[in-house]
Design a protein around this ligand. Structure first.
Ligand SMILES: Cc1ncc(COP(=O)(O)O)c(C=O)c1O
Length: 371
C-alpha cells in the first residue's frame, strides 16, 4: 500500500475519533475499508483487541458442523444460545437479545434511547463506535473527560446529566484505558443514573479482569442494559456474535429495531458461540496468556519509563511522551498494526496484547523509538 494511502487511512481514523469530528464521518468513508493494512497476512495485528488464540478447537469444530444447517433460519440454535446465556447469568431467556456483534446492539440501544432528542453522556476517551448512529438520531454526545489516571469520572458524569439525558454509557473495564471501576461505586452510580435515563453498560472485557458483571441488576430495572460479546475472551471477533441483557420489556422494545428479534448472527456463528460457552479451559488459557504477556510488556514499559494505566484487559494504554521517534510510523514500517489513538493531540496510545512473540517484536520497535 502506498504511503499516501496509509496517511489517508490514518487521517480517516483520526477523523472518526476526533471530538470535533464527531458525527461528521461521511458515508463515503464508512464503506471504505480503513483496516486494509491489517488484512495483509504478514502484519502483526495488535490494533483491534482481537484474541490471538481463538476460536477454540471445540468452537471451530461445532462451527464447521453447523455449515450444513445454513439453508435454514437458525431458530433452534438461536433459542439454545439464549437459554444458555440466560442460565449463565441467572436470568430467563426473555432477558437476552443477540446481535451481529455487540457493536450492532450498542447502536440499537442508542436508537432506542434517542426516542426523544437529547444527550448521551459518555467518558472521553471511550469506545465510540455507536456515536455516529446516536448523533444522526438526534442525540448530542456529552463527553466527560476521564480522571487523570484515566478512570471514568463518575461524579462528573453524574453532574453532566440533565433532564435531556437519554443515555449514559459506561465501559467496564474501560476501552481504551483498561481501567476497572470499583463494584460498589459503579453499582451506586448505575442505580442513580438509571432513575433518569437508560444506562448502557458495556462489559466487552469483563472476563479478562476481576470486575463483576452487573447482569444481576437488569431484572429489576428497565433502564439498565448490559452489553457483552463473543469477540474478545472467546476469540470470535470474525463470527460476529454479541448480546445484551435487559428487562424483558426493554428487550421487546429493543428488538423492534431489528427485522426480527435476534436476527443478526448466522447459524454457524450461533453454534460456535454455544460451544464456546462450554469451553472454560480456553477462557482460562486466554486470560492466563494475556496476563503473562501484558505483564511482560508492562515490565518493559516501566524499564523504559513509559507511563501506563492500570490495565486488567487485553490491551495497554500508555503515554509516548518519552519516545523521541514516531512510534506510529516506526510500527507501521515494521509491519505492526497496533498503535491506536483515541484522543486528538495526545501522546497516549492503545495497543492490544498479542502473543508473546508478537509483543517482543513490538517492544523492540518501542525501544528503537527512544534513540
Ligand atoms: C468496549 C467495546 N465494546 C464493544 C465492542 C464491539 O465488539 P463486537 O462488535 O465485536 O462484539 C468492542 C470491540 O472492540 C469494544 O472494545
Amino acid at each position: 500500500m502506498s504511503n499516501t494511502r496509509r496517511q489517508w487511512i490514518r487521517n480517516v481514523s483520526l477523523a472518526t475519533i476526533g471530538l470535533a469530528g464527531a458525527g461528521k464521518l461521511e458515508a463515503r468513508n464508512r464503506i471504505e475499508d480503513w483496516w486494509i493494512d491489517e488484512t495483509e497476512s504478514d502484519w502483526v495485528r495488535i490494533g483491534s483487541n482481537e484474541n490471538p488464540y481463538g476460536p477454540s478447537e471445540i468452537t471451530a469444530r461445532e462451527m464447521a458442523k453447523a455449515i450444513k444447517a445454513s439453508n435454514r433460519y437458525p431458530r433452534e440454535v438461536s433459542g439454545s444460545l439464549r437459554k444458555a446465556l440466560a442460565d449463565k447469568f441467572g436470568l430467563s431467556e426473555d432477558h437476552v437479545l443477540t446481535g451481529a456483534g455487540s457493536s450492532e446492539l450498542l447502536g440499537v440501544v442508542a436508537a432506542y434511547a434517542a426516542i426523544k432528542p437529547g444527550n448521551a453522556v459518555a467518558a472521553h476517551p471511550t469506545f465510540r463506535l455507536w456515536f455516529s448512529a446516536a448523533e444522526r438520531l438526534g442525540l448530542t454526545i456529552k463527553s466527560v473527560p476521564c480522571t487523570t489516571d484515566k478512570y471514568h469520572d463518575l461524579p462528573a458524569m453524574k453532574a453532566a446529566m440533565n433532564d435531556d439525558t437519554r443515555m449514559v454509557y459506561i465501559v467496564n473495564p474501560h476501552n481504551p484505558t483498561g481501567t476497572v471501576l470499583g463494584d460498589a461505586a459503579l453499582r451506586s452510580f448505575v442505580s442513580d443514573a438509571s432513575q433518569k435515563s437508560v444506562v448502557l453498560l458495556d462489559e466487552a472485557y469483563t472476563e479478562y479482569s476481576d470486575a463483576k458483571t452487573l447482569a444481576d441488576m437488569v431484572a429489576g430495572n428497565k433502564n439498565i442494559v448490559v452489553a457483552k460479546t463473543f469477540s474478545k475472551i472467546y476469540g470470535m471477533a470474525g463470527a460476529r456474535v454479541g448480546f445484551v441483557l435487559a428487562h424483558p420489556e426493554t428487550i421487546a422494545k429493543l428488538s423492534a429495531y431489528m427485522p426480527w428479534a435476534n436476527a443478526g448472527p448466522s447459524a454457524v456463528s450461533l453454534a460456535g458461540a454455544l460451544a464456546a460457552l462450554t469451553d472454560e479451559d480456553f477462557v482460562k488459557m486466554t486470560r492466563r496468556k494475556t496476563d503473562e504477556t501484558r505483564a511482560m510488556v508492562a515490565a518493559s514499559f516501566r524499564q523504559m519509563n513509559i507511563p501506563m494505566t492500570q490495565s486488567s484487559t487485553s490491551f495497554l494504554y500508555y503515554d509516548c511522551t518519552a519516545l523521541r521517534q514516531n512510534l506510529d510510523e516506526r510500527s507501521e514500517a515494521s509491519r505492526i498494526s497496533g498503535v491506536r489513538t483515541f484522543e486528538n493531540n495526545t501522546p497516549w496510545r492503545r495497543t492490544s496484547i498479542g502473543t508473546m512473540d508478537e509483543m517482543k517484536k513490538f517492544i523492540k520497535v518501542v525501544e528503537g523509538c527512544r534513540a
